[in-house]
Every structure is written in structure tokens, then in C-alpha cells.
Design a protein around this ligand. Structure first.
Ligand code: ZN
Length: 259
């Protein structure tokens, strides 16, 4: 359990709200703007690393690719096309900054996501520099789905953009989805912490939610936000969860300080 909890010692440090996202366009060889042949999504993600060996980069590409195929299928929809393709950065670079900068600012190294001026999303993982990974960063481990907790966590943050208005509500859902979908903690209800927004997980599970309800919550959340034409409030999000679990999720949101 201690190992599982240390795995959870990550947070998303940047907002990833993407309000000023610009539409993505492709260019022909002649330079004329042209709409992409299909809406870009998580499956179009790329992975970069300055210092990884070719074998390590290839293995992590496989792992992230699998995770980014699974998340849209699990949620029934994708991230906003304007934010895709997402680039996953495995080590520090000009865009992500350095792990030492993060350590100085926050006291530890974790992942973060951000939106660049063109609207595309980037996820900084610091896989190379992190010294508290759940499993060593080796080619054998990097391709495993259980090694994709943090990519799935940050991708869930990105998925929630435009669907839920209050970014404070992103964190507990990103944790539940990434733990369940990666197989690291298939019963996401086992993640029980006191205090802060993360206690929403235990409170919802006590109200009757199970990990098996998560895909339905995401699907109904997508439908409700599209019907509204805007991101849902926390009260509306609680109504979505209530509809899925057949019970009142509102007290759980109140307990977590989200209502
Ligand atoms: Zn997060």
C-alpha cells in the first residue's frame, strides 16, 4: 500500500485550461492551410526525449500509445481536437523546464500539462529525472500499461477541459481514471485520502459509486456538457454522477469542498 500511495504523490501543476486554444491546421507542401483529414485526438500523440536511449524511447512510445488508444474508448470521446496532437516529454527541455526547477519550486518532481500558444497540449513527465517512480524507467517497464498512470492522469486532465468548469474537480477524477485504467489500482475506490479535493473519491464510493461506474460517468458528462454547450458546474457534475450511481452524490461534493 505504501508503494501505491507513493505512486499517487503526483499532482498536475499547470492549469491546462486552454481557453485561448487555436484550431489546429495542417499545411500542404505548397504551404496552403488545409483542414486535417480527421479530428486529431489522443491516438495522434507524440513522445519526445532528448536523453533516452532509442530502446527506452521506443518502449515508452508503445506504452503511451496503448494508453492513449484506451482512454478515448473508455471515456467514449476524445480530447478537444484543438489541443491535439498531445506531445509527451519524457525529460526536461525548453518547454517543460528542468526537474531541478520543479524540485526547487514544489519540493518534489511530478508531472504537469500545459497548452502552447498554438493550442496544442504538452505533458511533461520527467520520467528520466524522477527518483520516486513506482517502477524503474527501463524498456521492459516503460511499455507496460501499469507504467502509464501519469500519462493517463494528465490526459484525463486534458479530456476534462471544456467539459467541467472547475479545475479543482479535475484532480480526483484524473486519479480515479488513471488508477483504474492503468490497472495500477483497478478498484479506484481503494484510493482513500482524507482532506482536500481527493477525498471526493472515498466520499463518492461511500455514496455507492464503484470503479465500474467511471466510464458511464465520463460518457454522461460528455453528453451533458455537449447538450449544455458549455462546461458543467460542480452541481451539474454531481447530478451526472447521481444519475449514474442511482444515489445522491451532492453530499460527497460538499464534503470535498467542491459545493
Ligand atoms: Zn493532476
Amino acid at each position: 500500500m505504501k508503494r501505491a500511495l507513493s505512486l499517487l504523490a503526483f499532482v498536475s501543476l499547470l492549469a491546462c485550461n486552454g481557453d485561448d486554444a487555436a484550431p489546429v491546421t495542417a499545411r500542404t507542401d505548397a504551404g496552403a492551410p488545409q483542414a486535417p483529414a480527421h479530428d486529431l485526438g489522443l491516438a495522434d500523440s507524440t513522445v519526445v526525449c532528448k536523453t533516452c536511449s532509442p530502446a527506452l524511447l521506443a518502449a515508452k512510445r508503445k506504452g503511451i500509445r496503448l494508453a492513449m488508444l484506451l482512454l478515448p474508448a473508455y471515456a467514449g470521446s476524445d480530447v478537444r481536437a484543438a489541443n491535439a496532437p498531445v506531445t509527451f516529454h519524457l525529460d526536461g527541455d525548453d518547454l517543460c523546464g528542468t526537474a531541478d526547477e520543479m524540485r526547487r519550486t514544489y519540493g518534489f518532481v511530478t508531472g504537469k500539462c500545459t497548452i502552447d500558444p498554438t493550442g496544442r497540449a504538452h505533458v511533461c513527465l520527467f520520467d528520466v529525472e524522477k527518483d520516486d517512480r513506482a517502477q524503474p524507467f527501463t524498456p521492459a517497464n516503460a511499455r507496460l500499461l501499469t507504467d502509464q498512470v501519469l500519462p493517463l492522469h494528465e490526459a484525463t486532465h486534458l479530456w476534462l477541459i471544456g467539459r467541467v468548469a472547475d479545475e479543482r474537480a479535475y484532480e480526483p477524477f484524473a486519479k480515479m481514471v488513471s488508477l483504474a485504467l492503468s490497472g495500477s489500482m483497478p478498484d479506484a475506490c481503494a484510493f482513500r485520502v482524507a482532506g482536500g479535493v481527493d477525498q471526493l473519491v472515498a466520499a463518492l464510493c461511500d455514496a455507492g459509486m464503484t470503479a465500474a461506474d467511471l466510464p458511464d460517468v465520463l460518457r454522461l458528462l460528455d453528453v451533458a456538457s455537449r447538450a449544455k454547450g458549455a462546461a458543467l458546474t460542480n452541481a451539474e457534475l454531481a447530478s451526472v454522477v447521481s444519475a449514474v450511481i442511482g444515489g445522491d452524490a451532492t453530499p460527497a461534493f460538499r464534503a470535498a469542498g467542491l459545493l
